[in-house]
Design a protein. Structure first.
Length: 316
């Protein structure tokens, strides 16, 4: 009788607990977590790789669009814009303004260009009260730069808009043997090395401290009493460091050659480089785009940087 009583109590307890449900054991749970971790370890680098590839494509397309704007300017004015303008007002209405300012109406920035004209008429110094000085032009910034999309603070309490693309001044800031330099007005016919064999623009992110790399206006190293624009928004293929300020003054004198750089390395501002890995995009004077590897012969970039030196350079 007591056995039957126990069986009845057991049956009642089972009904109270409800039907039995399947569950993971601790070992099974650990296996599932390990599998998820492995999948994430595989997926995250793949996603990052796709993102970097997309950013590189966007960066190249933007450089190509700037090239279309430069060719439009050249077609309209019969010469390429000045790399940077001196303080002599009679030479240009944008003293210390860059080639990227002149380019605004040719890259669908007409409204900003009107504002730029009004600001320069109000004051000759582009560093005080100019809206363009701290404006961000997405076209002028490579998305691979973590600073893109926002103006950046730098020395002297200045808030500035940066550029990832700098004009090729030639060999260095003193030679003026490229296409874009102080007060330059180079015609296509003056590029005797060939439009497809002469560099016009190249990638080079702004300096670590944001002091060099402004799209709107600047000074750079002075030479013969004139602003060179280098290493601000212009750069030579074998650039020198003779008269820079702040953190850049501590960098070696150079000359600097085309090689990999880093956002955290201030001295990278003296040579062309990109955040894409393996090399950098360059725009030629005919509007074509080249991705040149860091392993390229050291003589190639300096030869391509000059407009009339007679070098014969073959690019694959």
């Amino acid at each position: 009788m007591w056995i039957q009583h126990l069986q009845v109590r057991k049956a009642i307890s089972i009904r109270q607990l409800g039907p039995l449900r399947p569950a993971f054991t601790l070992i099974e749970l650990l296996v599932v977590i390990a599998v998820i971790g492995i999948l994430m370890a595989i997926a995250i680098p793949a996603i990052q790789s796709v993102r970097r590839s997309a950013e590189r494509t966007t960066c190249a397309n933007q450089l190509r669009q700037i090239g279309v704007g430069l060719l439009s300017y050249q077609s309209t004015h019969k010469h390429f814009p000045p790399g940077i303008v001196s303080d002599d007002a009679h030479l240009n209405r944008f003293p210390r303004g860059t080639f990227l300012v002149h380019l605004l109406p040719h890259v669908e920035q007409d409204n900003l260009f009107k504002t730029v004209q009004e600001d320069w008429q109000a004051t000759g110094s582009p560093f005080i009260g100019h809206i363009g000085f701290q404006s961000v032009i997405p076209l002028y910034q490579c998305p691979s730069d973590p600073r893109s999309g926002q103006p950046q603070w730098t020395h002297e309490g200045r808030l500035v808009g940066l550029t990832s693309y700098v004009g090729v001044a030639g060999t260095n800031y003193m030679t003026r043997d490229g296409v874009l330099f102080v007060n330059s007005r180079i015609r296509g016919s003056e590029i005797r090395d060939g439009l497809s064999h002469t560099l016009l623009l190249g990638e080079r992110p702004a300096s670590t401290d944001n002091w060099y790399g402004w799209w709107y206006a600047g000074t750079g190293q002075m030479h013969d009493g004139l602003p060179s624009g280098s290493p601000d928004m212009l750069l030579g293929a074998l650039e020198r460091n003779d008269a820079t300020t702040y953190d850049a003054a501590n960098c070696p004198a150079g000359p600097y050659q085309f090689t990999a750089g880093d956002f955290d390395e201030q001295c990278s501002l003296f040579h062309f480089w990109s955040p894409h890995g393996g090399g950098s995009h360059f725009l030629m004077c005919d509007g074509s785009l080249q991705f040149l590897s860091y392993t390229i012969d050291a003589s190639v970039i300096p030869a391509l940087a000059t407009r009339d030196s007679g070098e014969i350079v073959t690019l694959d």
